[in-house]
Structure formats: structure tokens, C-alpha cells
Design a protein around this ligand. Structure first.
Ligand code: TRP
Length: 444
């Protein structure tokens, strides 16, 4: 119990939910989800995605939260304390994944700052003239600029983590998450009332099941894992700051729900506008930074809409980046470092690892033929996260089962109706499904 007293904790249940939702809601929801949906056929993909989030995503999230809350330690320390042996390796993989993901995530986070500022300094005029693509390429190949924005993004992220759980992460997420939600609703209101919006709504909301293939399912599960911040101990770390009274199953379901709602709503803000102006919905990663500025530029009040959108993207990216840095910092803090040392030293090292990613947008360096940024994304999202997810599920399903049951019911004081189902999903369904995406996703 001494540990419980010394450890920082969330000030409230809402604070925890918003911080965890802040971690989950990120570039994955607003930048990646809409374009993956666009490439995979719209509504049918969304339905597959929903099923996977609430069956597998929820189960792994609850597994992570219960491990963290029980141990009251970081991702590595939790496994060490609960079982020892080889298990802490999962935590190590998680800390490494956090380090790597944040290194390139901050590069793209920097783009959101650039695009927010540039909205008011010429982006709209260029985009109206059909030059949004040139602006984008011009920017990402200007390494010095990209690194400056990356540094700015890392600075804000590190500052919040340095401030701590209650005074930093919780406080900022409690302001930023509602702000994000309001901006999103305003954007949807504008988008669905544009002339020609129906075509976008139809593409997005009417399922065409012929579009569902093995590849669609793998893409949906990979997206679910990344979007829910699973597989690297992020929810173990956030769970370790939860008090013993909070009900974990309802917290996990609420975080899954909020994350999914923001992803689905982001599509609702984006597709009607994209179709109303007749641009390509399957445009891929460029959808956000090339297609959308062109769409905004054609709308009355272009700067307002573009400014709101990139502010939204920045907020989403920031609250996720904070969680990535917290996973890494928590490990060193539990080892006895001060929070200031852990946050600033790791922040600087992660920034340094991100520089090759920032440079690779201009063509070099490459890793075995892939851009450095893509290589980092591949190693973390396609290798470390799925492997982490498999072992976390197996841990709860087979090796730590009775303690897990005790933990999710707060030592028997609350009931959890899906206990049997949850355990079996952790035992078999989740590991098998994740291994399948791991295998299909493993093409370099
Ligand atoms: N979930 C975030 C997003 O959607 C990214 C993220 C934050 C993440 N923490 C994570 C992804 C941990 C995987 C693991 O953008």
C-alpha cells in the first residue's frame, strides 16, 4: 500500500477517462482512419472496424488497465512485479515502441502546427489556385523547417509530461478533449450542409459488403490497435495511476466508445466535404494535408474552417504524444529518476531519434529501401504493437487469470457480466486474430 500512497494518481475518474481517451484519440483517428476507410470502401470497413474495437480492442484494453492498476508500476515494472521471468520483456518492447512511435509521431505533430500557422499565411490562396500538393511537398522536403516544427511539438509534449499526472496530463486533457469535441461538431455542421454532401454521406454510411476481404479485416484490426493505443503498455501505465475504487470495465468501454466516436465523426466531417468538391476520397495519407486544404479553400470563410481543423488535429496529436512520452518516462521515474529528468532527457533523445524521420521526407536516409519514417512506423505498428498485444492477452488469459478476475471486479466488490467471454477472448480469440494481422501485415 505504501506504493499506492507515494505514486501520483488521477484526481478523478473523469480525469482518467479523458486522459486515456486523449491518448487514444490522435492522428490515428483524424488523419489515418478517414483515409484507410476511403481506401477500403467506406461503410463496410467501418462496420468491421466497430466489431473489432468492441470485441478485441476492448478486451486488450481491459487487460492492460488491470495489469497496470494491480501493479501500480510502469509497463516493465508491472510484469516484473506480477510474474517476473521473461514477462518484463513485453514491457521492454512497449517502452521501445513508445520511444520509436513518438519519434516519428512528433514529426507529423509538427506538420499540424505548420498547417495551423500557414492557414493564415498563404495556404488558402495557394490551395485555391490548385497548388496544395506543391505546398505540401515543398514543406516536407524542407528539412530545417520540418525539424523546427518537430522540436516545437516535442517541447510542448515534454512540458506537459514534466508537469506530472494531475497538474499536467489530466489538467490539459480535461481542457483539450472537450475543445476537440466542440471543434469537430462545428466542422461536421459545416460539412454536411454543403451542397453535394449527400454523395459523401452515402459513400461513408451505406455498406457494400463485397468490399470486405481478408485484407480489409487485417487493416481494420491494425487500425483499431493503433487507434486505441494498445499493445505497448500505454494503458498499463495510465492504469497504474488509477485508484482502487474505479471500475475498470466501464472505464475501458468508455474509452473505446469515445475513441471510436471521434474516428467516425472525423469521417463525417471529411467525406461530405471531399465529395461536395469532387476530390478523390481514396487519396491516402495526403487526404488531410493536400485534399482538405483544397476543399477548405473553396468554402466561404476558408481560413476559419482550415484553422479549426488543424487546431483539432494538433490537439489530438498532442494528447496522444503525451501518453507515449509518459510510458517511457514512467519507467525511469519508477527507477528513481525525478520526473523532470525523465521527461526532459527522454524528450530530447526521442526528438533526436526523430530527426532522421524528418529528413527522410526529403528522400534520405533509408532503411533497407524504405524511408526512415516508414521503417520506424512499420517496426512499431506492424511488429512491436501486435506482438505486445498477443503477449498481453496471453498473460491475462493463461498466466495471470485469477488475479485478473479479482482486479477487474475490485476484489469481488463489483460484478462484470462478460467475465467468461473476456477471458476466452484473451486466451484464444485476440491472440489468434492479432497473429493473423501480424502475419498478413509483415510485408516490408
Ligand atoms: N492512439 C494514438 C492515435 O490514434 C496514437 C498512440 C498514442 C498510440 N499512444 C499509443 C498508438 C500507444 C499505439 C500505442 O493517434
Amino acid at each position: 500500500m505504501a506504493q499506492d500512497v507515494n505514486r501520483e494518481h488521477w484526481g478523478s475518474r473523469v480525469g482518467f477517462i479523458l486522459a486515456a481517451a486523449g491518448s487514444a484519440v490522435g492522428l490515428g483517428n483524424i488523419w489515418r482512419f478517414p483515409y484507410i476507410t476511403g481506401q477500403n470502401g467506406g461503410a463496410a470497413f467501418v462496420l468491421v472496424y466497430l466489431a473489432l474495437v468492441f470485441i478485441i480492442g476492448f478486451s486488450v484494453m481491459l487487460a492492460e488497465m488491470s495489469i497496470g492498476r494491480k501493479a501500480q508500476l510502469n509497463a516493465v515494472g508491472s510484469f516484473q512485479k506480477l510474474r517476473g521471468g521473461m514477462w518484463p520483456l513485453i514491457g521492454w518492447m512497449g517502452v521501445a515502441a513508445g520511444f520509436i512511435i513518438l519519434s516519428f509521431y512528433a514529426v507529423i505533430g509538427g506538420w499540424t502546427i505548420k498547417y495551423f500557422i500557414h492557414t493564415f499565411t498563404g495556404l488558402m490562396a495557394d490551395a485555391a489556385g490548385g497548388k496544395a500538393g506543391d505546398v505540401f511537398v515543398g514543406f516536407i522536403t524542407d528539412t530545417v523547417q520540418v525539424v523546427i516544427y518537430q522540436a516545437a511539438f516535442m517541447l510542448v509534449t515534454t512540458w506537459v509530461v514534466f508537469r506530472g499526472i494531475g497538474e499536467g496530463i489530466e489538467r490539459y486533457c480535461k481542457i483539450l478533449m472537450p475543445a476537440l469535441f466542440i471543434i469537430l461538431l462545428v466542422l461536421i455542421g459545416r460539412s454536411v450542409t454543403l451542397e453535394g454532401a449527400e454523395k459523401g454521406l452515402e459513400f461513408y454510411l451505406r455498406p457494400d459488403f463485397s468490399k470486405i476481404t481478408g485484407g480489409t479485416i487485417a487493416a481494420a484490426l491494425g487500425q483499431a490497435f493503433f487507434s486505441l493505443s494498445l499493445g505497448m503498455g500505454c494503458m498499463i501505465t495510465y492504469g497504474s495511476y488509477v485508484d482502487r475504487k474505479t471500475a475498470l470495465p466501464s472505464a475501458a468501454i468508455q474509452v473505446c466508445f469515445l475513441d471510436t466516436m471521434v474516428a467516425v465523426l472525423a469521417g463525417l466531417a471529411i467525406f461530405p466535404a471531399v465529395f461536395a468538391f469532387g476530390v478523390d476520397a481514396g487519396a491516402g495519407p495526403g487526404l488531410t494535408f493536400v485534399t482538405l486544404p483544397s476543399v477548405f479553400a473553396q468554402m466561404p470563410g476558408a481560413m476559419t474552417w482550415s484553422g479549426l481543423f488543424f487546431a483539432l488535429l494538433f490537439i489530438a496529436a498532442l494528447t496522444s504524444a503525451i501518453s507515449l512520452l509518459e510510458v517511457v518516462s514512467a519507467y525511469f521515474i519508477d527507477k528513481g529518476w525525478s520526473r523532470a529528468q525523465a521527461a526532459w532527457i527522454m524528450g530530447i533523445l526521442i526528438f533526436a531519434l526523430g530527426i532522421p524521420s524528418a529528413m527522410s521526407l526529403a528522400g534520405a536516409p533509408k532503411v533497407a529501401g524504405k524511408d526512415f519514417l516508414d521503417a520506424m512506423d512499420f517496426i512499431s505498428s506492424n511488429v512491436l504493437l501486435p506482438l505486445g498485444g498477443v503477449f498481453i492477452s496471453l498473460f491475462v488469459g493463461w498466466f495471470w487469470t485469477s488475479e485478473a478476475k479479482q482486479e477487474v471486479t475490485n476484489d469481488g466488490s463489483l460484478s462484470f457480466g462478460f467475465m467468461g467471454l473476456w477471458i476466452w477472448i484473451c486466451r484464444i480469440v485476440a491472440p489468434a486474430a492479432i497473429l493473423y494481422i501480424f502475419y498478413t501485415g509483415l510485408k516490408w
